[in-house]
Design a protein around this ligand. Structure first.
Ligand code: GCU
Length: 666
């Protein structure tokens, strides 16, 4: 399928004079680089040439080891004070100098400089930036048959017909995500099927090697999701017991073979003992036993083992009110703190449940003190509109990163834990990817802001959501203030809007079972998945405080007390933590039932407002993309109405409380 270039289409309108900088390009110091780094430097040079060609309509030549008084000068040298991937950009009149001390720093500096030029941010001055998060990763849930689990933007461009697939788009993908600083990518689904199991032992090795090489040209390390029971599934052993020496030997040989072909491989990603996947529990072993065994196979090659903490009982009895899925992640891992090898990183979902529109931060971040951690976000919008409804998630991610965990001496802000400012330096941020082979990569054009924004945020968490949205809009649509302001407004409204018309006050899980789009209030109420709201005529919510499941005790003080007391618990999370009656008065001054009605009516109004903003941009955005977004907005309005009317009707029927304002409830 043909594809567009998202925010890297340099033919879009740019700031006046942008092209002048690209008439002369000089590169210095590149010859000292290693072979692998030379490839990254080559990508950087190519990028400048492409920008010159697309912006000026003509080629520029790259001058080697010449100092120019104007244009772009790229210098690889021992620039002090920069971390790996860091760069400095100095702008003086007609000259821009990009300096870094490693190849990826040069590449990121070049992408950054092109952005500054395109958006006209070229007044004299200097910027120095180093990536905050050491690992900035995308996890693709792509299956060998080309389908994508929770994929809402077409089919996989990594797999087709049970094989890996490499073409121009592979390189365009690497270029796209490297432009926002992504440096690690897992290409296959964490739910590893039989074919993907073979990837560790030779299946499609030629293509795997090619992909790793293309990624390497853009400073990206390839990761493979693996099946914990691979040696057994492939018939090599009759057990997957991590303490069995035959099993450990099999993994050692598999890792040695992989690294022989792909020396730059990042490592493995594992979902074990989760939603039916095999894992160490089957052998009465711990997750530390399982992870360390794999990590030891990777250690001689400096590989990393990323182990997911999404472990819970998905065979729960809904009648059992003592069991609480929200406790599971913490309960399964807290006792293992300090037992993981140095090259193991635990990948923890941002919340204790599963990527809902509103959840508290996972208490595990505040519990573990001697373990490497990564935060796992999901830009695929599984539960937040599936790239059909707009939901710009960067403001949510920023709230998560700003969360104070109190896991040490100080506040232990989550961002510090995942950017190496805490006690552990091996850490990072990961997002479940939202790409597919749709021409625009992300299904909904505006969902591109989540892909762009996640990368930018992992590189520089100090950026505001508005800055990211504005920049993304200028690069993607055109460098126009009205468009950038309108798009930024829509994006900034979108998460609160989605929250308003879906499930209220942090309660979550009112989505249609299976595909998870659209409302089904009791869809998961009598199921084994542990996702209940227990609404009845008296009220709604699961009590997770001292009189309930005590999940709140998993937080450190003062967070624990804040959530325990209904008086201090923030409104937006109050139904996550507490069971309340319909007439309970929230801090907002509204009762719970009034809040439910009001927020659902407001949510639909907000969608109408977004439609108005978009339509006002009709003659400033190209017709194809204008029409695509317009169509999706029509769908979003219908969806929002459906949510509003079902939820309001459901709670009216349960509570019997009429809407004070007499609005239509069915
Ligand atoms: C959710 C999602 C699954 C996915 C799982 C995971 O439950 O619905 O499709 O496999 O998360 O994160 O592993």
């Amino acid at each position: 399928m043909s594809y567009e270039f998202a925010w890297l289409d340099y033919r879009n309108s740019v700031a006046a004079g942008a092209g002048d900088y690209l008439k002369k390009i000089a590169c210095t110091g590149f010859e000292i680089a290693s072979e692998a780094d030379k490839n990254i430097l080559f990508s950087a040079e190519q990028e400048l040439m492409r920008a010159a060609k697309e912006i000026n309509g003509q080629q520029s030549t790259v001058l080697k080891d010449e100092v120019t008084s104007e244009g772009i000068s790229v210098v690889l040298s021992d620039a002090p004070g920069l971390k790996t991937g860091g760069f400095k950009i100095m702008i003086t009149g007609p000259k821009i100098t990009i300096e870094a001390s490693d190849a990826s720093g040069i590449l990121y500096g070049v992408f950054r400089a092109i952005t500054l030029i395109r958006t006209g941010k070229t007044s004299d001055g200097q910027i120095a930036e180093s990536p905050a998060s050491p690992i900035r990763m995308l996890d693709h849930w792509d299956n060998p048959d080309g389908s994508i689990e929770r994929g809402y933007s077409g089919r996989s461009f990594f797999f087709k017909n049970d094989h890996l697939y490499v073409d121009d788009r592979t390189r365009e993908y690497a270029r796209l995500v490297a432009s926002v600083g992504i440096n690690a990518v897992a290409i296959n689904n964490v739910n590893v099927n039989d074919i993907a199991t073979g990837l560790v032992s030779g299946y499609d090795r030629k293509e795997l090697t090619e992909i790793a090489k293309i990624f390497g040209d853009y400073g990206i390390k390839l990761y493979i999701s693996l099946n914990f029971a691979s040696p057994m599934s492939l018939g090599a052993t009759d057990t997957a017991d991590p303490l069995d020496s035959k099993v450990a030997q099999w993994w050692k040989e598999a890792a040695d073979g992989l690294y022989r072909d792909i020396p730059e491989l990042g490592g493995f990603l594992v979902k074990a003992d989760s939603e039916g996947r095999p894992g160490p529990f089957s052998y009465d072993r711990t997750h530390a036993d399982g992870a360390n065994m794999l990590a030891r196979a990777l250690a001689p090659h400096n590989g990393l083992l990323i182990w997911r903490c999404f472990v819970y009982n998905c065979q729960q009895d809904w009648r059992d009110h003592t069991m609480d899925r929200a406790r599971a992640c913490y309960d399964n891992f807290i006792g293992l703190d300090g037992q993981f090898d140095d090259n193991v990183i635990l990948q923890i979902k941002n919340g204790p449940m599963d990527f809902q529109v509103r959840e508290p931060v996972s208490p595990l971040f505040g519990g573990l003190k001697k373990t490497n951690m990564m935060v796992e976000f999901q830009i695929a919008q599984e539960y937040t509109g599936q790239q059909r409804d707009i939901c710009y998630l960067i403001p949510m991610f920023k709230q998560v990163l700003d969360f104070k965990t109190y896991n040490g001496d100080g506040e232990g802000v989550l961002c510090d834990i995942v950017t190496g400012k805490g006690s552990k330096q091996t850490c990072g941020m990961v997002a479940v990817s939202n790409t597919g082979d749709d021409p625009n990569w992300t299904g909904h054009d505006l969902a591109g802001a989540n892909l762009y924004g996640f990368g930018r945020l992992a590189f520089n968490p100090a950026l505001t959501s508005e800055e990211i949205a504005d920049e993304w809009s200028r690069l993607t649509f055109c460098n126009d203030d009205t468009v950038a302001d309108g798009v930024t407004k829509m994006l900034m409204m979108s998460w609160p809007t989605y929250e308003k018309y879906t499930s209220p006050l942090g309660i979550g899980w009112m989505i249609s079972p299976g595909h998870h789009y659209g409302p089904d209030i009791e869809g998961y109420e009598f199921s084994p998945w542990g996702t209940y709201h227990r609404s009845d005529r008296n009220g709604l919510g699961v009590e997770r405080g001292k009189t309930g499941t005590k999940m709140i005790d998993q937080y450190n003080e003062p967070v624990r007390s804040l959530y325990e007391s209904i008086e201090t618990c923030p409104d937006e999370l109050v139904l996550f933590f507490h069971r309340l009656s319909y007439d309970h008065v929230l801090k907002s001054g509204k009762t719970v039932i009034e809040h439910i009605y009001d927020s659902h009516f407001e949510g639909v109004q907000d969608v109408n407002e977004m439609i108005g903003i978009w339509r006002s941009l009709a003659d400033k955005v190209d017709g194809v993309r204008f029409g695509r977004v317009n169509d999706r907005l029509d769908g979003q309005l219908m969806n929002a109405r459906e949510w509003r009317d079902r939820i309001n009707t459901y709670y009216y029927r349960h509570s019997g409380v009429p809407d004070k304002q007499g609005r239509k409830i069915y």
